[in-house]
Structures are given as structure tokens and as C-alpha cells.
Design a protein around this ligand. Structure first.
Ligand SMILES: Nc1nc2c(ncn2[C@@H]2O[C@H](COP(=O)(O)OP(=O)(O)O)[C@@H](O)[C@H]2O)c(=O)[nH]1
Ligand SMILES: [Mg+2]
Length: 340
């Protein structure tokens, strides 16, 4: 069984505006620059603008957020209510299944635990979070996100990391089998034993409820520039196949606290941080995806207590994912649905 060492693939162009690049053109000089008398000559301001446009500037923070997020308890409650009351628009489906895909250590299991923690009001480690370079999660695990009182209709699916040439990683064949709904919960994934009709528990004729309704790619912001070319072609090839199945894809950019000190200190700075904006653009290139599909996330890793702003960012990511889940259900309801 081959792992993810595929050749370059052409990726279907997805629509959506590139918010990041739009905003890059409208940066203002910040206070720090204006107050520095060695810089404020007309020529220097001009050249500073050029440097800004080219993004090689040293100024880290913008004055206003390039995506509008309200950071307060009310916003958190609103998001929690909307996620708790979320129901798939297809009657035949009671739960929305979202598959998290990404390299080992990108923060897939941590994201699941973090979302669980938000609803529990304390940091828990439910999905197995690992620190080794090998995949901790070998089984296909479904995590039902519990709301404040009752379970939500959201199920996050955790699997081992993508192969990227690693023979122990998840294969394209198994990834697609999971998305098509053939894999039973708890199935132990192994590149030597690909999922097939003879596999115990194999779902021969998956219904809509058995399938994955949205894929969320998970990438580590601190590694976006160092991920291999092979991983990029793996992503792009995967995206092509997943798009053929009619499944929408988004991406979560984790570890944002590791790339921007300001954001590590205060998560509400995340949409003001130029470094994070640039990293989102880079992640878009890595994934072959417009920046508008990518949201930054800071998972709970070493914290003992939840924090309202981190909660808002995590819940906003879930809300973002659910929008694309809904699109899938809308597509599947359309009379001219071309679902395989
Ligand atoms: N600082 C920081 N650490 C993170 C974040 N997300 C995950 N981690 C850490 O990264 C490591 C790998 O995370 P894990 O969830 O096991 O990755 P997985 O292999 O994709 O499931 C763990 O030590 C986590 O605590 C994050 O957003 N920020
Ligand atoms: Mg994991």
C-alpha cells in the first residue's frame, strides 16, 4: 500500500475572495512608526509604504482587525448557543461529521479536546493528544461534542496524521474510504491493511449519515514554512479527490501563539497580527486554498483554565466549519445533485 507520495496535482480553483491579500494593500503606518523621527521624512514614508506593500516590514500589528471578531462573553454565549442548537438541514442525518486531516502534531486531537473544554468550562484532554512525532491516534475516532446540557449535532473525527511519504501515515485510499463512509468507528487504520469490503465492520452501502460532511485540514502555523513540498502535493491531491466527492474543505491554522508573541500574550490580537495574516496566506499556498477558508486557532495545550477570548476563537472556528457542512447538505438536497 502506498503512502502519500503522489505527484503534483492540479487543484480545482475554488471561489471566494482572498481577504488577506486585499487587506495587505490597505495597511496604515502605525503609531510606532509615526513617532520615530528618523523615519518620518516624506521619502522615507514613501519607501516605508513600498516595503509595507511588499510585506518585508518590521511592524507587526495593524490598527484594526482584518476580520471582524467581537471578543466578549456575549459573543461566546451566542456562538455556544448557535453550535448547541445546530441541526443538519437533512432530516435523514442527525449528526454532522467533520474529518480533521493534517500531519502528525498539527493539533487535530488538541482541537477536539479544546472544543470539548469550551463547552465543559474547564480544560479537559478527551481526545488523545500526543507529543511524539509518531501518530498517537491510529483508530478512527468519532467525538461527539457535548453542548452545555445536551450533546450537539457535531461529531469531530480524529485519525492518524497524513503520510507525506511516511509509511506509517494515513493513505489516500483510506482517507477517501473514510470520507465516503465505509469505515466503521474504532477501525484501526494501517497502511498495510487498507480498508476493503472484507474489513470487519466495513460499511458496504453508506447512507448520507455515514459519510463525512466536511473536511477540516489542520496545519501548524509554526511549521507552515518548513513543511515539505511532498506534503503540499499530498494536500493538493487530496483536495482534488475530496472535491470530486462534493465535500467542502476548510483549514484550521493552529499554534498561532507560536508565531506571534503579541498574539501569545493576547489572543484578541490575532486578526491584527501581520505575521499571522502572512502565515494564513502561506498556508493557503500550501493547501492550494483561498485564505478565506482558513481560520486561526489557538488550542488549549498547557493551560489549566479556559479563557473567554480563546473560547471565542475556537467557537468561531467551529462556526466556520458548520457553514461548509451546511453547504454540503444544501448541495445534497439539490435536485440536480451530482453526488457520487
Ligand atoms: N502552543 C500550542 N501548542 C499546541 C496547539 N495545538 C496543539 N498543540 C500541542 O502540539 C502537540 C501535538 O498536538 P496533537 O493534538 O497531539 O496533534 P495531532 O497529532 O494532530 O493530533 C501537543 O503537545 C499539543 O499540546 C496550539 O494551538 N498551540
Ligand atoms: Mg492526534
Amino acid at each position: 500500500m502506498t503512502s502519500f507520495t503522489f505527484g503534483m496535482a492540479t487543484v480545482p480553483k475554488l471561489s471566494g475572495d482572498n481577504t488577506a491579500s486585499k487587506h495587505l494593500k490597505s495597511v496604515h503606518l502605525n503609531e510606532e512608526v509615526k513617532s520615530d523621527s528618523s523615519i518620518v521624512s516624506e521619502d522615507n514614508v514613501k519607501s516605508a509604504s513600498v516595503v509595507l506593500a511588499g510585506l518585508q516590514e518590521p511592524w507587526q500589528c495593524m490598527r484594526s482587525q482584518w476580520r471582524e471578531v467581537l471578543w466578549n462573553e456575549t459573543r461566546k454565549e451566542t456562538l455556544m448557543d448557535s453550535i448547541s442548537s445546530y441541526k443538519p438541514i437533512c432530516e435523514a442525518v442527525s449528526e454532522a461529521r467533520v474529518l480533521l486531516l493534517g500531519p502528525v502534531g498539527s493539533g487535530k486531537s488538541s482541537f477536539i479536546s479544546s472544543v470539548q473544554s469550551v463547552f465543559r468550562g474547564r480544560v479537559t484532554n478527551r481526545a488523545m493528544v500526543g507529543s511524539s512525532s509518531a501518530s498517537f491516534t491510529k483508530k478512527l475516532q468519532f467525538f461527539n461534542i457535548n453542548g452545555q446540557e445536551t450533546p450537539t449535532s457535531l461529531v469531530l473525527c480524529d485519525v492518524m496524521g497524513l503520510g507525506d511519504g511516511d509509511p506509517t501515515g494515513l493513505t489516500l485510499h483510506d482517507t477517501l474510504a473514510i470520507i465516503k463512509g465505509h469505515a466503521p468507528e474504532g477501525h484501526k487504520l494501517s497502511p498495510e491493511q487498507p480498508l476493503r469490503a472484507e474489513t470487519v465492520g466495513y460499511v458496504k452501502k453508506p447512507a448520507l449519515k455515514d459519510k463525512v460532511h466536511c473536511v477540516a485540514f489542520v496545519v501548524d502555523a509554526s511549521k507552515v514554512s518548513s513543511y515539505s513540498k511532498g506534503l503540499s502535493s499530498t494536500f493538493q491531491q487530496l483536495r482534488e479527490h475530496i472535491s470530486d466527492l462534493g465535500v467542502h474543505q476548510v483549514a484550521l491554522l493552529t499554534h498561532v501563539d507560536k508565531v506571534c508573541e503579541e498574539t501569545a500574550r493576547d489572543i484578541t490580537q490575532v486578526y491584527k497580527s501581520r505575521i499571522i495574516q502572512q502565515t494564513i496566506t502561506k498556508a493557503g499556498a500550501l493547501l492550494g486554498m483561498s485564505a478565506s477558508y482558513i481560520v486561526p486557532v489557538k488550542n488549549y495545550s498547557s493551560e489549566l483554565d479556559v479563557d473567554v477570548n480563546t473560547d471565542v476563537l475556537l467557537l468561531s472556528a467551529v462556526d466556520h466549519v458548520l457553514q461548509y457542512v451546511d453547504l454540503y447538505f444544501q448541495d445534497s438536497k439539490a435536485p440536480e445533485s451530482k453526488f457520487p
